[in-house]
Design a protein around this ligand. Structure first.
Ligand SMILES: Cc1ncc(COP(=O)(O)O)c(C=O)c1O
Length: 435
């Protein structure tokens, strides 16, 4: 049986409705999509579907296209690279761009010490490798993670991820030696200070695991899928201090927060926290699949030759894109852009919150902002309200995402090259959707 004609084979452009039908007959149900429309093109702050409908993009492909879709430098670099060579496998025949990306990451990530990097394909793969490296370097088995954490969908990263549905449900058994401790979640932990919340987490580790058994403490400096939870000031520095004293590798998962998203190059920069290892992906390469672990040379180089790698990790096209994306972040000062976008977004969200009692909190940093919705006057999560506002945004031409352990958080992640006009239009739609 022949497959339906696709656009890439020169056929007429099918409608979103037709594509949705074909999808139902071809794509596994377990792979969901937020939007029912099918993309034709995207760039700046908008996405256009095959029927010509346009959405203001407040998702950036889940914090990936920080430099925008098809950013000019990225397109040029990718074009040039695909004409030279598409793949040799760095483990077989190495090339400069892999080395150059590692040099960039070693220089950009927090910490003035000597570093090394290794490249992979996805965020989950980077997290898996950070755990491998920390275990190998310390000779210890345990990994400490936090409530509401999200680290991916592979077997080990499902174990590291907190939320059952949809990420873990009936996919077990999971990898062992993973221990979960309480997070600092100011809205929901009775206002514990950062130091108090850190003490609570550390006491749990010491009682239930024993510091001497812990290879790594793995934390998102601002939680992503878990609800854009920003820990109280002092929480991360206190954990960092404990990890140093206990010989535990402090791993910052900056996969969602990294590459200018939060108004700094990395979210750890905000409180001057210096991780031993950082996991990176998403915004690193302007939309091409690339991920990395970067960290202290003595940890990274503890692993024997051949212990790290993979067929596609650090693919030359993705590396070319990463170098161009990083250059664009410097050139356009996208960290400053994130702060500007964040200030505009936060002002408008606070104005909406002032008149809408369902909004318990506006939180986040830079262009990584969210509102948590509750039943008014309580902390009872209201996921239905989040879904309804999000659906109203989609219908009116704004692409938004929800997240959170309770599904009651609306999050906003515009590309950092969104224009002021696009941002204003998006905010008008959002404002009306709350109405
Ligand atoms: C903090 C964090 N870690 C890990 C991952 C997993 O990355 P990937 O989907 O590229 O495997 C994500 C993805 O959303 C993430 O936000």
């Amino acid at each position: 049986m022949r497959a339906p004609q696709s656009r890439t084979k020169g056929g007429a452009v099918p409608s979103s409705e037709e594509l949705h039908k074909r999808r139902g007959a071809a794509v596994a149900r377990g792979v969901g999509s937020v939007l029912g429309a099918y993309v034709d093109r995207a760039g700046g702050g908008t996405i256009t579907d095959v029927d010509g409908r346009e959405w203001i993009d407040f998702a950036a492909g889940i914090a990936v296209t920080n430099v925008g879709n098809s950013a000019p430098r990225v397109v040029a670099a990718v074009r040039e690279q695909v004409e030279r060579f598409t793949h040799t496998c760095f483990m077989v025949a190495p090339y400069e761009s892999y080395v150059a990306v590692c040099e960039q990451l070693n220089a950009l990530t927090p910490g003035g010490f000597e570093k090394r990097s290794a490249l992979f394909n996805s965020g989950a793969e980077a997290v898996e490798n950070a755990v491998k490296i920390a275990r190998h370097a310390t000779g210890r088995p345990a990994v400490v993670v936090f409530d509401h954490a999200y680290h991916g969908r592979t077997n080990l990263t499902m174990a590291l991820t907190a939320k059952n549905m949809p990420y873990k449900h009936r996919f077990g058994p999971f990898a062992g030696e993973v221990y979960r401790v309480p997070m600092s979640y100011p809205l929901r932990d009775g206002g514990l200070s950062g130091a108090e919340a850190a003490t609570r987490a550390i006491e749990t580790v010491e009682k239930q695991v024993g510091a001497e058994n812990v290879a790594a403490l793995l934390i998102e400096p601002i939680q992503g899928e878990g609800g854009f939870v920003v820990p109280a000031q002092g929480f991360l520095p206190a954990l960092r201090e404990w990890a140093t004293a206990a010989g535990v590798v402090f791993v910052a998962d900056e996969i969602q927060t990294g590459f200018c998203r939060t108004g700094d190059w990395f979210a750890c920069d905000h409180e001057g926290v210096v991780p031993d290892l950082v996991t990176l992906a998403k915004g690193i390469a302007g939309g091409l699949p690339l991920a990395a672990v970067t960290g202290r040379t003595e940890l990274m180089d503890a692993v024997h030759v051949g212990g790290l790698g993979g067929t596609y990790g650090g693919n030359p096209v993705a590396c070319a894109a990463a170098l161009a994306a990083i250059e664009t972040m410097h050139e356009l000062d996208l960290a400053a852009a994130a702060r500007r976008i964040g200030a505009t977004l936060a002002d408008r969200l606070r104005a909406v919150a002032a008149r809408d009692a369902r909004i318990a909190e506006v939180r986040g940093r830079g262009a990584m902002l969210a509102v948590e919705l509750v039943q008014p006057g309580t902390l009872v999560p209201d996921p239905a309200a989040a879904a309804a506002v999000s659906a109203a945004c989609h219908a009116a031409g704004l692409l938004t995402l929800t997240c959170g352990t309770y599904g009651n958080v609306l999050r906003f992640l515009p590309p950092l090259v969104i224009s002021d006009g696009e941002l204003a239009r998006g905010l008008d739609i959002l404002d009306a959707a709350f109405g």
